[in-house]
Write a protein that binds this ligand. Structure first.
Ligand SMILES: Nc1ncnc2c1ncn2[C@@H]1O[C@H](COP(=O)(O)OP(=O)(O)OP(=O)(O)O)[C@@H](O)[C@H]1O
Length: 451
């Protein structure tokens, strides 16, 4: 037995050392970063960036990156560096050969597993695979600036795809959503923290994310969730949830959408009056646990510039209601989730953008669209389905969102299905009215609630 372990270890060491020799050793990130900056002209009057602090990764303290803090030469801006992030990243990953392998890597080989393999060929293949997997790891960088430029260098990149596992829901307390994974693990969002904007070109993951959000609500807060689902892609994406008891309104055309939003606004105004009587200024203080989520996909179908002329007035009305919901709704227990694949001009109204504190942006077609959503370029460079830039008040980061499968959604939905009476008789009325020269007058009373 001991002899076998020794043979396998020798095998691993010899193979690993051979590969390490081929590579020529591990490079110095600080030196490389400075060389790259110089090579692409990021220096001024002959002065290069100067290293001020090194802070190595410490897995025991859950710190997954090494941080290098540089002073930048006078006359250069952080944006000069930020726009070259890919150049720095690729530079750090340049290898002299195909393999890079260290002695500490050899220690990570699972000896027990190796021992169980019967033939020498299987053992060699196991080690080869281990080395191949190790070498497919790519360093990645995050940059930030606080008077000095911070390079966070991770030994691994964000995963390219992560399938959702229902066990993630056990890790969520309150209104938490398991959004996806970054370089350090799961990223959670608080669904009760404010309104959401979700943007992304077609097939990059918006609908998947909406399904994950709704499934999370139905799993963790089935009795405290109410939903208004506005699916202007023909109702195909949200149809899973149409018959859930939590779905108070379901709209798959502009007229029903406007009618539903109008109801929500009336409900919010009603609730304001109720809170005023109770002399409190939000639902939490009033002891109301229910939250109502208004989920709109695809919001460009409610933008006056994008709809046929006969629907323009309706679209204006819808936008006014949605803006109202984002201004007043949060403290009243109403959350807007505004999703669009086409964030240009009036599809991204200022009020909705300004009043939403979480933005999830998948790939967009142009840098102008990226600026419209995030106030900066970058979303046009995303290549992967499900990869997003998450922007919250505390900062920005890239996340690979979870991919939830239809079977899981069905399992979540089934216990929540109810046979409904036609709840939307009123909506049907409004719809009829809408087709017969209806004149819309906006009466959005903004009642101040007592503090
Ligand atoms: N998080 C993800 N990880 C990996 N692949 C994904 C992810 N989200 C979506 N995809 C892939 O992209 C396909 C389309 O996703 P989705 O339906 O969410 O697109 P979309 O952005 O809503 O597009 P559209 O606006 O045209 O409906 C999915 O069927 C899946 O194959």
């Amino acid at each position: 037995m001991l002899a076998e372990i020794a043979t396998s270890l020798t095998l691993a060491s010899v193979y690993g050392l051979a590969q390490m020799k081929k590579d020529g050793g591990v490079g110095d990130d600080v030196k490389k970063i400075r060389q790259i900056a110089d090579a692409i002209g990021l220096k001024k009057n002959g002065q290069s960036i100067i290293i001020r602090r090194r802070d190595p990764a410490d897995k025991e303290k859950n710190k997954f990156y090494s941080e290098y803090i540089f002073q930048i030469p006078l006359g250069l801006a952080f944006s000069d560096f930020e726009t070259k992030l890919n150049v720095f990243q690729d530079g750090l990953n340049i290898k002299k050969t195909l393999y890079s392998f260290s002695l500490s890597d050899i220690k990570k080989i699972n000896i027990k597993k190796l021992m169980k393999l019967k033939s020498l060929k299987a053992k060699i293949n196991y080690i080869k695979k281990f080395i191949k997997d190790k070498n497919s790891i790519r360093k990645s960088i995050e940059m930030s600036y606080d008077g000095m430029i911070h390079f966070k260098v991770y030994d691994q990149d964000i995963p390219n795809q992560v399938d959702f596992n229902v066990e993630k829901w056990d890790e969520c307390n309150g209104w938490k959503l398991p959004l996806g994974e970054n370089r350090e693990g799961t990223v959670f969002l608080d669904l009760a923290s404010g309104h959401f904007v979700i943007a992304g070109a077609t097939t990059f993951g918006k609908s998947q994310l909406l399904k994950l959000m709704i499934s999370t609500l139905l799993t963790n807060k089935p009795n405290e969730t109410e939903m208004t689902l506005v699916d202007l892609k023909g109702g195909l994406e949200m149809q899973y949830f149409e018959d859930c008891k939590q779905t108070i309104n379901f709209a798959d055309d502009i007229e029903t959408a406007v009618a539903s939003l109008k109801h929500i606004v009336a409900d919010i105004q009603q609730r304001q009056k109720m809170l005023r009587v109770k002399k409190v200024n939000n639902v939490k203080k009033a002891g109301i646990n229910k939250r109502h989520f208004i989920i709109v996909d695809e919001a460009s179908q409610l933008a006056p510039s994008q709809v046929p002329s006969k629907y323009k007035e309706l679209a204006k009305e819808a936008q006014a209601y949605m803006s109202y919901i984002t201004r007043i709704g949060h403290s009243m227990g109403y959350t807007l989730v505004y999703a669009t694949q086409y964030p240009v001009g009036d599809v991204m109204p200022n009020q909705i953008k300004a009043n939403s504190n979480t933005t999830i942006c998948f790939r967009l077609e142009t840098d102008t669209q990226s600026e419209t959503v995030l106030d900066q370029k970058g979303a046009e460079q995303i290549q992967l389905q499900g990869r997003c830039i998450l922007s919250v008040p505390s900062g920005r980061q890239q996340v690979q969102t979870y991919l939830i499968d239809d079977k899981t959604i069905k399992t979540v939905v089934t216990p929540n299905i109810v046979i409904k009476s036609r709840k939307d008789d009123t909506l049907a009325e409004v719809r009829k009215e809408g087709t017969t020269n209806r004149r819309y007058t906006l009466e959005l009373e903004e009642t101040e609630v007592l503090n």
